[in-house]
Ligand binder design. Structure first.
Ligand code: DX5
Ligand code: ZN
Length: 230
């Protein structure tokens, strides 16, 4: 099973005033990625993190970005985001007629191309781009808003996707999960085969405890070794 990576979601940081302190806690806890949601108000009914905000994030923290593009025709807009080598960039299969072109363009930046799938989008949409992707972002809620509830059948979708990727000889391809990745859901998603976890309002940024303590609790809940309950 692939090493787990934590990708806290920037849009869930409630107080941007204290963002610097939050980033310090994230860095101190060694989170592997920072999830940055960009929304255009067309692909999803919301606006979030414009191009300048994403560029400013890089000045505020050294954590590599995990950019989630919820925008129409992303293949034509990649240059807007100053993508850096090693970053993860997810484009939605539903947002372009040129998915393979989008993925190869992301690769040209030295970044990791990821395909995001909405809950109703079947796994076979990635069947002919397996050579072009580093991972699949499984939306476990409908995209656009934080604080939603897990769509239950997404757990089975994660397991089917993991089996499909392994059967196709692509065990190195990651599965990222995004949406209501709570302490309890995170564990179920890990058991189903996920390895990158977008931490949002129901875990890392839940007001049950500090960000640092939430991170430690999440890793404990999700790590396979521990039988720790949630
Ligand atoms: C929703 C975004 C998610 C969101 C997750 O469209 O893609 O990254 O921030 O928020 P929670 O974890 O609260 O569902
Ligand atoms: Zn996201």
């Amino acid at each position: 099973m692939k090493e787990m990576k934590l990708s806290p979601s920037v849009m869930c940081i409630s107080q941007w005033r204290g963002a610097e302190a939050v980033f310090k806690q994230l860095e101190a806890e060694g989170v592997e990625l920072l999830h940055a949601d960009a929304m255009d108000g067309t692909f999803v009914p919301n606006l979030m993190l414009g191009t300048e905000s994403i560029k400013n994030l890089r000045k505020m923290t050294s954590i590599p970005l995990d950019i989630h593009l919820m925008i129409e025709h992303p293949e034509d807009k990649l240059s807007w985001f100053d993508i850096q080598p090693g970053e993860y960039v997810s484009v939605h299969a539903e947002s372009t007629r040129n998915l393979q072109r989008a993925l190869t363009r992301i690769q040209e930046y030295g970044a990791k191309p990821m395909v995001a799938l909405n809950p109703a989008t079947p796994i076979y949409m990635i069947e002919d781009v397996l050579e072009d992707l580093a991972g699949v972002l499984v939306m476990t809620v409908n995209p656009g808003f934080a604080g939603q509830r897990l769509i239950p059948q997404m757990l089975d979708k994660i397991a089917r996707l993991r089996s499909f990727l392994d059967r196709e000889g692509r065990p190195e391809v990651s599965i990222e999960v995004d949406g209501n990745v709570s302490f309890e859901n995170g564990r179920k998603m890990r058991l189903a085969g996920a390895d990158i976890f977008v931490g949002g309002t129901s875990s890392i940024f839940s007001n049950e405890s500090t960000v640092a303590e939430n991170i430690r609790r999440f890793r404990e809940c999700v790590s396979m070794e521990s039988g720790v309950g949630v």
